[in-house]
Design a protein around this ligand. Sequence first.
Ligand code: HEC
Length: 122
Amino acid sequence: MYFVLLVVLLSALLGGCSREAGDAMTTINLEDRAQGKVKSIIIRGGCFGCHDVNEHRFGPAWSAVNERYKDDPEAAQKLFESVKYGSGGKWTAVSASAVMPPNESKVNDTEIAAVVEYILSL
Ligand code: HEC
């Protein structure tokens, strides 16, 4: 039952965010790429409404995020705070003045840490 609700919510989200029909298919492929437990966290967090793993969308590609932070020893902490409390002004070259709203109402601290670990493993 919960899964059905999730699918309905995801469909509504995709419908709302899609600029063209191809977007929905892209997102399904992205879900396949995000394996294991982070997959359900990412779906519930609605991250793919704005992000792609390899392409810039509304937000930066997560592979580009990994590229920028991979040598930063504080990367996990910085990204954790960005995802939890929101972020703006760090990715103006690809996201212009777009900001990421806080995600703390959708995903908890453990879940955010798991997704950040996933992003830094790309
Ligand atoms: C409403 C759109 C939106 C949603 C939903 C969204 N993001 Fe973002 N995200 C953005 C934008 C825009 C940026 C670039 C912000 C900036 O320039 O600082 C960003 C940046 C990021 C960054 C880089 C932050 C940094 O400090 O460099 C990470 C990591 C990230 N998002 C992960 C996530 C995760 C995980 C989720 C789901 C829980 C998520 N995003 C949901 C739009 C979104």
